[in-house]
Design a protein around this ligand. Structure first.
Ligand SMILES: C[S@@+](CC[C@H](N)C(=O)[O-])C[C@H]1O[C@@H](n2cnc3c(N)ncnc32)[C@H](O)[C@@H]1O
Length: 747
């Protein structure tokens, strides 16, 4: 028999026409007893037989198919034609369909036997136990509601649950129903009916292949008319059991792209649908939302999450069950998306609290569609690795609002140019955008923390931090303590930070004043200035003085307080959303914040390679690219204090090749909105420290962040070429004839 044909037939036209059938299978034995009667049927068909043929033909069932089934039915019904004829031969039609299915299922069973070889796990056994429970419950209900016409569709009850197309012992991997023997034994009435192997097909049919005596109970139900009616147990396809292990191979859930895109939120709670198990799906690996893998223990379902408006592009999630210990079950699309949104808002600090995962994914589909349908010849430069999908729309929305929709004119541009510069190494995404020209971002390695290059001597030992410079007896948040902790001693016995995390105004003003008018501040002069020595290739030069700066001392590992202590700001990294952008004033790339910043806010640390001064100047002199923008900061705060330096203790930070966002901060003479403040964290000898940038005033979102490099534009001896300043400050020192207010070149 053509299995495909019979399956289609039973699921198609005739199944639809007939009453909802639970499927039934005729007893196959005793065939020879009908040989004589068959010849009678053939030779002299009586009008009732003919009528039955005609009725079946109307349903598209050929005579050859009807004939054997009719024979069996007559036998089973003891030639009671009324039973066969009632409801327009419904019993006959059902019997034919079910015999088709039983044949189909035999073939399925063969396949399943092969799959079965892969094995039984404890997990599966638990599922089977659940299955049994469901069957038992169902059995109880059905016994009460049985009707005459359902006689042939007695469900999986009376202890018949163990029937299967496949021997229950061999089918133990849990994909099919297996009935523990102990369970069967609980049903004494059915024990006699379990004498021979019975079978459950993957489609849920239960078939017996040998004659079984009808239990007294069943006889009574059948009014004695079917004294030898075999037990025909059907697990209904139209009423699947909730824990049916067969579901493992049907789609776990399906979210239709239509429902995601139609904007009808009223229906969205129902977006995840548990589809009705469809036996054809389990066998059809080409189905678009479900596949069955070759591995016996594996099945896969694909969930459509979002799509472009017309459905050409889809974001789907492939779910594999049976591969691990996690049992997948999807509650609702909304809860999943909500969880993601919360995660994004928390982790990426999205500014827009209306941020929606659904819109993000949908827009992503549209972007792919736009790029995918660009047939200009070149393949669209979609760099999915570099694009922070999480940030994309948020950034775009920001700019649509704040830059008068300039982005709308060039959406491809936005898609290509918004990347996470930090490559996930900061607590948030650092986006990059070029609205001005086609220049690409400079090539460098993003590092979130300083890294030693070669010879620089940086002592990070815990032993170097004495009890005098840490607060080992503190706990919790030092800022909440009535008396400032030991770490605050460094800042005059007061904490440097407010509870809001900004730097205290007095300290800030002091740092700004030191920076803006260094001549009025204390300068220390080295006996042998490592900077001048390195600059002049070993020839001693006159020290131009080093600023005696205020330091911030943060609590650290040796302190007793916790990680969230308010005296740990710089070490916690970037908090505000920053963006690298192309300036329109000829300064190249610059840095800005995407949100308003309060006065005294920590923006970022200047991060780079820790180099000795010698290493730095050697690097500059050996570089083939003389115009390379090498702007180091020298960690010179203590230089003038010490009588002598070891060469590898005079350090600077070079962000040319390895750095963070701070390398994009451009220079502004005098009134820059950032000021750098030395921060002591993990060592106290001050040859090495962190240089943190704080806002000198409130800064509006999208305002360029600048610092004063301290450049002496008139120093023509410096191997690092000064640029032509475009800072636009009314106090710009790069005006011809100006000798500048400071004589130091950097930092
Ligand atoms: C540390 S980098 C800053 C980031 C840089 N704009 C970029 O595109 O990578 C320093 C370089 O930026 C440019 N720059 C910074 N401030 C500037 C200013 N006020 N005027 C002109 N160019 C400036 C100079 O080319 C300088 O060498």
């Amino acid at each position: 028999m053509n299995l495909e044909g019979s399956r289609n037939h039973s699921l198609g036209k005739s199944r639809r026409r007939g009453p909802p059938s639970n499927g039934q299978v005729l007893k196959c034995s005793g065939w020879s007893e009908f040989a004589g009667k068959l010849s009678v049927l053939v030779m002299a068909p009586n009008p009732r037989v003919r009528k039955a043929f005609i009725a079946m033909k109307d349903l598209g069932i050929p005579e050859e198919k009807t004939k054997p089934v009719l024979k069996k039915l007559l036998k089973i019904y003891d030639k009671n034609w009324e039973l066969i004829e009632q409801e327009n031969y419904r019993a006959l039609a059902d019997a034919i369909f079910d015999s088709d299915e039983s044949e189909a299922c035999n073939s399925v069973a063969e396949q399943m036997k092969k799959l079965d070889a892969a094995a039984a796990t404890e997990k599966k056994k638990a599922e089977e136990a659940e299955q049994m429970k469901a069957i038992e419950e169902e059995t109880q209900v059905q016994e009460e509601t049985e009707k005459p016409l359902k006689r042939m569709r007695l469900r999986n009850q009376d202890g018949q649950a163990s029937s299967s197309c496949i021997n229950q012992d061999t089918y133990s991997n849990g994909s099919l129903l297996k009935v523990p023997k102990s369970e069967v034994n609980k049903l004494p009435e059915s024990q006699s009916e379990l004498q021979s192997p019975a079978e459950i097909t993957r489609t849920g049919l239960v078939i017996r292949t040998d004659p079984q005596p009808l239990s007294p109970l069943k006889r009574a139900r059948n009014n004695g008319k079917q004294a030898d009616l075999p037990i025909i147990l059907i697990k209904p396809k139209d009423e699947p059991l909730t824990n049916d292990p067969l579901r493992v191979v049907v789609p776990l859930a399906l979210i239709t792209s239509e429902s995601l895109t139609n904007g009808d939120t009223s229906t969205e709670n129902n977006l995840i649908k548990e589809p009705e198990p469809d036996p054809t799906k389990t066998m059809n690996s080409s189905d678009h939302f479900q596949e069955t893998s070759n591995d016996a223990n594996e099945s896969t379902a694909i969930l459509d999450i979002a799509s472009s408006s017309s459905g050409e592009i889809k974001i789907s999630i492939r779910c594999k069950s049976d591969t691990g210990n996690v049992k997948l079950s999807f509650k609702s699309k909304d809860s999943v998306l909500k969880m993601m949104e919360d995660k994004c808002l928390k982790s990426f600090k999205f500014l827009d609290t209306n941020f929606s995962m659904k819109n993000l994914m949908k827009d992503m589909c549209e972007c792919f569609l736009n790029l995918g349908s660009d047939h200009s010849g070149e393949p669209p430069p979609v760099n999915t690795d570099a694009i922070p999908a999480m940030d994309l729309l948020n950034t775009r929305n920001e700019f649509e609002e704040k830059t008068e929709n300039r982005f709308e004119e060039n959406t491809d541009f936005v898609f290509d140019d918004v990347i996470d510069l930090a490559k996930g190494q900061e607590g948030l995404v650092i986006s990059l955008v070029n609205e001005v020209n086609t220049e690409c971002p400079p090539s460098f390695h993003y590092i979130p923390r300083n890294a030693v290059f070669q010879n620089a001597y940086v002592n990070f030992s815990l032993a170097s931090i004495t009890n005098e410079n840490c607060c080992s007896t503190c706990f919790g948040d030092c800022l909440t303590s009535a008396t400032p902790c030991q770490c605050a001693v460094q800042t005059g016995g007061e904490f440097a930070y407010t509870k809001e995390g900004t730097i205290k105004e007095d300290l800030l003003d002091d740092c700004i004043a030191t920076k803006r008018d260094p001549q009025k501040c204390h300068l220390s002069y080295c006996k042998e200035c490592p900077l001048e020595k390195s600059k002049n290739e070993g020839v001693l030069g006159t020290c131009k003085g080093h600023l005696d700066r205020s330091f911030i001392k943060e609590c650290w590992l040796k302190c007793g307080c916790n990680k969230n202590c308010g005296n740990r700001v710089v070490q916690c990294g970037i908090r505000y959303k920053l963006q690298v952008f192309m300036t329109s004033s000829g300064k190249g790339w610059g840095l800005r914040a995407l949100e308003d910043l309060p006065k005294g806010a920590f923006v970022c640390e200047f991060v780079g390679e820790v180099l000795t001064c010698n290493e730095f100047y050697n690097r500059v002199s050996q570089s083939s690219k003389k115009d390379e923008q090498a702007y180091p900061v020298f960690l010179d705060s203590e230089w003038g204090e010490e009588s002598e330096f070891k060469e590898d203790e005079a350090l600077c930070l070079d962000a040319t090749y390895y750095g963070n966002v701070a390398r994009f901060v451009n220079h502004r003479c005098f009134d820059a909105n950032l000021v750098e403040i030395p921060v002591e964290v993990e060592n106290s000898d001050r040859h090495y420290y962190h240089l943190a940038f704080f806002t000198t005033r409130k800064v509006k979102a999208l305002e360029e962040l600048t610092r004063d490099y301290g450049i002496d534009f008139d120093d023509i001896d410096d191997p690092v070429n000064a640029f032509e300043c475009q800072c636009g400050s009314p106090f710009c020192r790069n005006i011809k004839g100006s000798s500048g207010s400071g004589n130091r070149k950097y930092g």
